[in-house]
Design a protein around this ligand. Structure first.
Ligand code: MCU
Length: 402
């Protein structure tokens, strides 16, 4: 009997275990608060207090806390990410063009992602998904054994200007979701691309070793894609600025100090990256029950590298430094500090990766996508002069969770 069972198991096809976008289960959270009832909080909110006010005690408390912040981010800022629909994704590969088709409720859309395979290594390769494209050291990454996939984000949700609202394939599939921001539409699309890879649409790519990256506006997208899908092993957010690595509150403070910084109030006018109702926070970010240090924290305990450019005041250089340091405390609480890196280097054009940061990208890619042992990823530095006012912005304590 026992022998027969073992034989039956052995002939099962070797299907890789599919991951899940959000692995939290059995969470009991205090309800979301309506905008009118949100209290103003000057400091960056405490990442370690759940919505009920209870302090986190164990590492195992993190998935439900993470879910709470993800819900807040979607409810107030991005728009809700549609849940995966089982059986809705199919894909075909023609040369380097991967066509992904998603069907839901009688509607169907297709998008094309372009795939470049590396010139070294052994398949299945790890892969980096570029929002639009990757602005990293791509030639080097391909030589080092990493595939690069271009995700056509503008096709999923347009971002030309403030008139781009509700345009793109996401809104063709989900017309009832108008008002959602482009960032969440892109994050949804990246998840469907990952579904297709998990289905085996790219036989030479390893669905268990995927990263996302993007620069500037597309860096904001990379952050949201990594934050909202736990199947993403490594997130590299490049010069994302306000709406990405920067904290809305600290950007408001930079602006109040006379600097030319993009704030929440400005960004909701410029483009459609955020849900239309996000404009209600435009007078100031203090009513948000979270800030972007916690959006960075949604990636924890997976790996995150934040690359910023100190020369660009508009991006909220001081704000991104402060928020990234605050966000890194989440990894510290989870005992995974060296999975989160912060690198801020100026003196170069926007989205042109300096050689010193390419070294850091390679280290994160080697350790977290290629799985190379013994690679140091302790990266925390800025060439800016940004004294961090911890008592002002982080008046909370980082717990050592059991
Ligand atoms: C840093 O990302 C944006 C920024 O938020 C915008 O204000 C500016 O117009 O464009 C940046 C960008 O995407 O540059 C390519």
């Amino acid at each position: 009997m026992r022998r027969r069972l073992l034989m039956a198991l052995a002939v099962l096809p070797a299907v890789a275990q599919a991951g899940v976008e959000d692995g939290a289960t059995g969470c009991a959270s205090a309800p979301l608060v309506a905008y009118a009832d949100l209290p103003a909080t000057a400091a960056l909110p405490d990442p370690f207090l759940s919505r009920s006010g209870a302090a986190l005690k164990r590492k195992s408390d993190w998935p439900c806390r993470r879910r709470e912040v993800s819900q807040q981010l979607q409810a107030y800022e991005l728009g809700e990410k549609p849940a995966p629909v089982p059986g809705s994704v199919s894909a075909t590969l023609d040369g380097t063009a991967l066509t992904v088709t998603v069907k839901d409720a009688g509607r169907s859309v297709s998008f094309v992602a372009n795939v470049q395979l590396p010139s070294s290594g052994t398949p299945p390769y790890p892969a980096l998904i570029g929002i639009g494209r990757s602005s990293l050291n791509n030639a080097e990454l391909l030589q080092r054994g990493v595939a690069i996939i271009n995700f056509p984000n503008d096709d999923i949700a347009q971002q030309r200007n403030g008139q781009s609202r509700n345009l793109g394939k996401f809104f063709e599939l989900y017309p009832q979701r108008e008002g959602a921001g482009a960032l969440v539409a892109w994050a949804w699309g990246v998840s469907r691309l990952i579904d297709a890879i998990e289905l085996g649409a790219l036989p030479n790519v390893d669905a268990g070793r995927l990263g996302v990256t993007g620069c500037s506006r597309n860096g904001k997208g990379a952050l949201m894609a990594g934050a909202l899908d736990e199947r993403v092993a490594l997130t590299i957010v490049q010069e994302s600025g306000s709406g990405g690595a920067a904290a809305w509150r600290v950007s408001d403070a930079q602006k109040a100090a006379g600097q030319n910084v993009q704030t929440l109030g400005q960004i909701v006018q410029e483009n459609v990256w955020f849900r239309s109702s996000f404009g209600q926070f435009g007078a100031g970010a203090a009513k948000l029950p979270y800030d972007h240090h916690q959006v960075l924290g949604l990636v924890a305990p997976r790996s995150l590298l934040v690359i910023e450019n100190t020369s660009m005041e508009w991006l909220g250089n001081q704000s991104a430094w402060t928020a990234a340091l605050a966000g890194r405390e989440v990894w510290t609480a989870l005992g995974a500090t060296d999975r989160m890196g912060i690198s801020q280097v100026g003196g170069h054009n926007h989205c042109l990766l300096p050689a010193s940061q390419a070294v850091e990208v390679n280290a994160f890619v080697d350790r977290f996508l290629k799985g190379t042992a013994g690679v140091a990823t302790d990266v925390v530095h800025t060439d800016g002069s940004f004294p961090v006012e911890r008592s002002r912005w982080m008046p909370w304590k980082t717990p050592a969770l059991d």
